[in-house]
Design a protein. Structure first.
Length: 364
């Protein structure tokens, strides 16, 4: 492995992954300019959690009932752990096998914004809880959270293990290329469903509190995060569409691993339903309950499958939580300290995946 490849192969002739190390960081002519467009779009959405005033949230939290505090705090703990994984994993797992500069640049940008999300959770905790360590120290003691993180990490870990194995000259006699590509395929699918399904139970709960005029600063931060995650979802959708056209072996892998992908989706949905049950075990929030959240997860899952060319599984025809759409698709977020309106972004969100219009001029 090297930080600079001197084989002089045109990057326009390279596949996205597994086609040699990177050379010149060139962005005037790109094989897949949609990743450069994603990078520019994401950078244009740069934000800092400190821009959002959370003083009222601190007072609001004291007025929440015990079961509402359980819902709010549990979701925060789960998001902390998931973004702890996602903040480092794309760089560690995907950059060593990336072959295109525009894709490399996107992966680095993607990972950086995940760290902003992690820092935003710390900002919320410092403003809402008297002792932040109580929240952080309890995370690893909640089985439902740790199991979820483990189910995500295993796909990254399998890919990382094969990256290391294949880069070691001692093992060049072993033909593990097919297994390596299959590991990448399943990893990208797992990340796609992380970005596109797993976060939305927590998002809906945050916005439900804000609909009641509670924890509104937190909801604004979650809206920023949801906007970013939708861009990240667009990138994984693009990769899963590009790879089978980029490399015939991935076309065969897509067919071979289709049953595993469908089982993965069902596993994700079941896990999110179990999380909804855990959240609402002692009570619900006005406008939101376990059944509605479970239907919401099924609706989102079907949309993610259809976006990748798979048939829907659950058959939920409409959004069971239509009021969430204004949080996902709106652009009228007020942020402190200036309380100015942020109108420079629009979220594709659940109702409209990034790939629908953003990449119409690009050929896969």
């Amino acid at each position: 492995m090297t930080v600079f490849n001197t084989d002089n192969k045109s990057h326009l002739d390279k596949t996205a992954f597994f086609d040699g190390q990177l050379d010149i960081a060139r962005y005037d002519v790109m094989k897949y300019p949609q990743f450069d467009k994603l990078t520019e779009k994401q950078l244009g959405f740069f934000w800092r959690p400190q821009e959002v005033e959370l003083g009222k949230d601190s007072g609001d939290f004291k007025t929440l009932s015990p079961h509402e505090k359980h819902i709010f705090t549990s979701n925060l703990k789960r998001q902390i752990l998931l973004d702890s994984v996602q903040g480092r994993a794309p760089s560690v797992a995907l950059l060593p096998i990336c072959s295109l500069p525009e894709l490399e640049n996107w992966i680095q940008t993607w990972a950086f914004f995940e760290t902003i999300h992690s820092k935003s959770y710390t900002w919320i905790i410092k403003n809402v809880y008297p002792d932040p360590s109580i929240v952080f120290d309890e995370i690893m003691n909640i089985k439902e959270i740790v199991d979820c993180a483990g189910d995500i990490s295993k796909y990254y870990d399998e890919l990382i293990e094969l990256n290391e194995f294949m880069s070691n000259p001692k093992y060049t006699q072993f033909n593990m290329q097919a297994a390596h590509k299959e590991a990448l395929w399943m990893c990208l699918n797992a990340v796609n469903f992380l970005e596109g399904i797993r976060f939305y139970v927590s998002f809906a709960c945050s916005w439900a509190f804000a609909e009641l005029k509670k924890m509104e600063g937190n909801a604004k931060i979650i809206k920023f995060i949801a906007r970013d995650e939708n861009i990240h979802l667009g990138s994984t959708q693009q990769l899963l569409k590009i790879l089978p056209t980029d490399d015939p072996e991935f076309a065969a892998i897509r067919t071979k691993l289709r049953p595993e992908v469908m089982e993965l989706v069902k596993s994700v949905v079941d896990q999110e339903k179990a999380w909804a049950s855990y959240l609402f075990k002692d009570g619900s929030v006005i406008g939101l309950n376990e059944k509605l959240l479970c239907n919401y997860v099924e609706w989102i899952a079907d949309k993610r499958l259809v976006a990748l060319g798979y048939p829907p599984v659950y058959g939920t025809k409409s959004n069971p939580l239509p009021w969430t759409q204004k949080w996902i698709a709106g652009s009228d977020v007020q942020v402190a300290p200036q309380e100015t309106e942020i109108t420079s972004y629009i979220v594709g969100g659940v109702d409209k995946d990034v790939s629908a219009d953003m990449f119409k001029e690009f050929k896969l």
